[in-house]
Design a protein around this ligand. Structure first.
Ligand code: HEC
Ligand code: HEC
Ligand code: HEC
Ligand code: HEC
Ligand code: HEC
Ligand code: HEC
Length: 452
C-alpha cells in the first residue's frame, strides 16, 4: 500500500523541482533589472502662458528666472539680493536691461540708483548675464510683473512629484517567493491527504486490510523518517536549495549601499537649497561638468550667501524640523568658518566640517562625471534621484556593476552637438548594421574602460 503512495509522490518530484527553480531564478536575476530612472524635475513642462501679456513670455521668463536668478532673488522677500516682484515699476526698462546684462558697468558709470542699491546690499556684486538676450530679459521681467494674487508661474508640486520608479524590486520579489513557497507547501500537503484518502477508499472497496501492521510496533515517527531514504533525500534537497538561495541573496547585498543616508555634521538640506530656492546643482558641484569628480563645495561657497542669511524664514520650518533647529545649523556653519555674526567679520578661528561620503565606488572602478553629465547629457537625477526633494541625501542607485552595464546597454549615443562621434558612429553603425548605436556597441562594456 505504502509503495503506491510514494510512487505518486515520486512522479510529482520533477514538477516540484521545476516550480522551485523557476521561482528562484526570477529573483536571482532581479538585481539586473533597469529600475533606476527618475524624471528630472527640470523637465517639468512650464505652465501655460498668461493671455493678455504682450511684452514677454511668462512661462519662459519663469524658467529663466529659476535657472539664473532664484539662487539670490525671491519675488517678495529679501534674499541675497532684493525682492524683485514689480521691479519694472521702480526702474525703467532700459535701466533694468543694462543692470541685468552687467550691473557692475552701470555702477562704475556712476548711475545713482545703481550705486545706491549696491551699497544697500553691502557692495555684493551681482554676476553679469551677457548670455541673456533682450528677449530673455523681457521674458524675465514679464514674469516679475505677475501680481502676487495670480501666481501664474508657480510650478505645482505634482509636476515634480513624479516619484522615481525606485528599485525596490528586491524586497517585493523576496516576499513573493516566500509566499509562493508557502503556497506550494500547503498545496502539497493537501494533495497528499487527498491521494491518501482516495487510495484508502479504493483499498477498502477491494477488500484489502488497510490497518497497517507497523502501527502495533509503534515505530517513532523520526525513526520511520530516517529509514525512509526517499523522504530524507527530498528534505535535504529542500534545505540545500533554501540555504543556497539565502546565502546568494546575502552575498549580493554585501557592498551594496543603496539607500545609505548618514547623518551629516551640518544638517544641510538639498530640498531647501536646490528645491525650494532653486539653486543650480552646478553652483556648488561645479566640477561635475568638467572633471572626474563632482566634489563637495568648500564652506566659502556657502558664505557667499550666508553672510547675509543667518536665519531661515518662519515658513521654512516643518513639523519635523523647527526654525530653531535650522538656525542652529546655520550657527554651526558660522562656527566652522569662524564668522562672527554680531560684528560681521571673520574671527580666524576655523574648524573643518567632515562631511560623510555617501556615494563611493570601490577603488578599482573608474567613473567620470563630466563624461556622463557633459558628453552624454545625463541629468544628475537619473543617477542620484530627486536630490532637490531630499531633506537628507541618500544613495539612490545601487552602484553595482550590473547597474552601470545595464544603462550602457540601453542608452543610445548622444550624437547631437558632438562632432567627435559623427565619424565613429558612421563606421560602427555600418559594422553593426543598425541606425542607432548604444554605449555598449561603442565599447562601454569593455572591462578596461571601467576597471584600472
Ligand atoms: C549671486 C547672486 C545674484 C544672482 C544670481 C542674481 N542677482 Fe540680482 N542682485 C543681487 C544683489 C546682491 C543685488 C543688490 C545689488 C548689488 O549688491 O549689486 C541684486 C540686484 C538686482 C536688481 C536691482 C534691484 C533693485 O531693487 O534695484 C535687479 C533688477 C536684479 N538684481 C535682477 C536679477 C536678475 C533678473 C537675475 C537673473 C538673471 C539676477 N538678478 C541674478 C544678486 C544676484
Ligand atoms: C548650496 C550648495 C549645494 C547645492 C546647490 C547642491 N548641493 Fe549637493 N551637496 C552639497 C553639500 C554641502 C553636500 C554634502 C552634505 C550632504 O551630503 O548633504 C552635498 C552632497 C551631495 C551628494 C552626495 C555626495 C556624496 O557624499 O556621495 C549628491 C549626490 C549631491 N549633493 C547632488 C546634488 C544635486 C544633484 C544637486 C542639484 C539638484 C545638488 N547636489 C545641489 C551642496 C550643494
Ligand atoms: C545661493 C545661496 C546659498 C548658498 C550658496 C548656500 N545657502 Fe544655505 N541657505 C540659503 C537659503 C536661501 C536658505 C533658506 C532660508 C529660508 O528658508 O528662509 C538657506 C538655509 C540654510 C540652512 C538652514 C536650513 C537647512 O538646510 O538645514 C543651513 C544649515 C544652510 N543653509 C547651510 C548651508 C551650507 C552648509 C552651505 C554650503 C554648502 C549653504 N548653506 C550654501 C542660501 C544659500
Ligand atoms: C551616470 C550616473 C551619474 C550622473 C549622471 C551623475 N552622477 Fe554623481 N555620482 C555617480 C557615481 C557612480 C558616484 C560615485 C563616484 C565614486 O565613488 O567615485 C557619484 C558621486 C557624486 C558625488 C560625491 C562626490 C564625488 O564626486 O564622488 C556628488 C557630489 C555627485 N555625484 C553629484 C552629482 C551632480 C551634481 C550631478 C549632475 C551635474 C551628478 N552627480 C551626475 C553617478 C552619477
Ligand atoms: C544612466 C545611464 C548610465 C549609467 C548608470 C552609467 N553610465 Fe557610463 N556612460 C553612459 C553614457 C550615455 C556614456 C557615453 C558617453 C559618451 O558619449 O562618451 C557612458 C560612457 C561611459 C564610459 C566611457 C565608455 C567609452 O567607450 O569611452 C565609461 C568608462 C563609463 N561610462 C563608466 C561607467 C561606470 C563605471 C558606471 C557605473 C558606476 C556608469 N558608467 C554608469 C551612461 C551611463
Ligand atoms: C560600465 C562599467 C563596467 C564595466 C564595463 C565592467 N565593470 Fe566590473 N565593476 C564595475 C563596478 C561599478 C563594480 C563595483 C560593483 C560594486 O561595488 O558592487 C565592478 C566590480 C567588478 C568586480 C568585483 C566583484 C563585484 O561584483 O563587486 C569584478 C571581478 C569585475 N567587476 C570584473 C569585470 C570584468 C571581467 C569586466 C569585463 C567583462 C567588467 N568588470 C566590466 C563596473 C564595470
Amino acid at each position: 500500500m505504502k509503495k503506491v503512495n510514494f510512487l505518486y509522490l515520486r512522479s510529482q518530484l520533477p514538477l516540484l523541482l521545476l516550480v522551485f527553480l523557476l521561482t528562484f531564478s526570477t529573483t536571482i536575476y532581479s538585481q539586473d533589472e533597469p529600475a533606476v530612472t527618475a524624471t528630472p524635475a527640470e523637465d517639468a513642462a512650464p505652465p501655460a502662458k498668461v493671455p493678455g501679456d504682450a511684452s514677454g513670455d511668462v512661462a519662459a521668463g519663469e524658467s529663466l528666472f529659476k535657472a539664473n536668478c532664484a539662487a539670490c532673488h525671491k519675488l517678495d522677500k529679501k534674499a541675497v539680493g532684493p525682492p524683485l516682484r514689480g521691479i519694472s515699476d521702480k526702474e525703467s526698462r532700459d535701466w533694468l536691461h543694462k543692470w541685468i546684462t552687467n550691473s557692475q558697468s552701470l555702477i562704475s558709470a556712476g548711475d545713482a540708483s545703481a550705486v545706491k542699491i549696491f551699497e544697500e546690499y553691502n557692495k555684493m556684486p551681482m554676476p553679469p548675464f551677457p548670455a541673456l538676450s533682450e528677449g530673455d530679459i523681457d521674458n524675465i521681467l514679464a514674469y516679475l510683473d505677475q501680481p502676487k494674487s495670480a501666481p501664474a508661474g508657480e510650478v505645482t508640486p505634482d509636476t515634480a512629484a513624479t516619484q522615481p520608479a525606485a528599485s525596490s524590486g528586491g524586497g517585493v520579489s523576496n516576499g513573493l517567493v516566500l509566499g509562493a513557497l508557502v503556497l506550494i507547501f500547503v498545496l502539497l500537503v493537501i494533495m497528499l491527504f487527498l491521494v491518501y484518502g482516495t487510495l484508502k477508499r479504493i483499498a477498502v472497496a477491494k477488500g484489502i486490510d488497510v490497518t497497517p501492521e507497523e502501527r502495533e510496533k509503534h515505530t517513532p515517527i523520526w525513526k520511520a523518517f530516517i529509514h525512509n531514504q526517499f523522504l530524507v533525500l527530498v528534505v535535504s534537497v529542500f534545505f540545500i536549495l533554501a540555504a543556497t538561495y539565502f546565502a546568494f541573496g546575502y552575498l549580493m547585498q554585501v557592498g551594496v549601499d543603496q539607500g545609505y543616508q548618514p547623518v551629516q555634521p551640518i544638517h544641510y538640506s538639498h530640498k531647501i537649497h536646490a528645491g525650494d530656492n532653486g539653486i543650480d546643482c552646478n553652483f556648488c558641484h561645479s566640477s561635475a561638468r568638467k572633471s572626474q569628480t563632482s566634489g563637495i563645495p568648500s564652506l566659502n561657497v556657502c558664505m557667499n550667501c550666508h553672510k547675509n542669511i543667518s536665519e531661515v524664514a518662519e515658513e521654512t520650518a516643518t513639523p519635523e524640523y523647527s526654525k530653531e533647529f535650522y538656525d542652529g545649523e546655520i550657527a554651526k556653519l558660522y562656527k566652522a568658518v569662524g564668522w562672527d555674526v554680531d560684528n560681521q567679520e571673520y574671527t580666524g578661528k576655523t574648524e573643518p566640517v567632515k562631511w560623510v561620503r555617501i556615494h563611493n565606488l570601490p577603488d578599482f572602478v573608474y567613473f567620470n562625471h563630466s563624461q556622463h553629465v557633459t558628453v552624454a547629457g545625463i541629468a544628475c537625477q537619473t543617477c542620484h534621484g530627486e536630490i532637490e526633494n531630499m531633506e537628507v541625501v541618500e544613495q539612490f542607485a545601487p552602484l553595482t556593476m550590473g547597474w552601470c552595464i545595464n544603462c550602457h546597454r540601453e542608452t543610445n549615443v548622444n550624437l547631437e552637438s558632438n562632432e567627435y562621434y559623427a565619424k565613429i558612429h558612421e563606421e560602427l553603425s555600418k559594422k553593426y548594421g543598425v541606425e542607432k548605436l548604444t554605449i555598449a556597441e561603442l565599447g562601454g562594456l569593455e572591462c578596461g574602460k571601467c576597471h584600472y
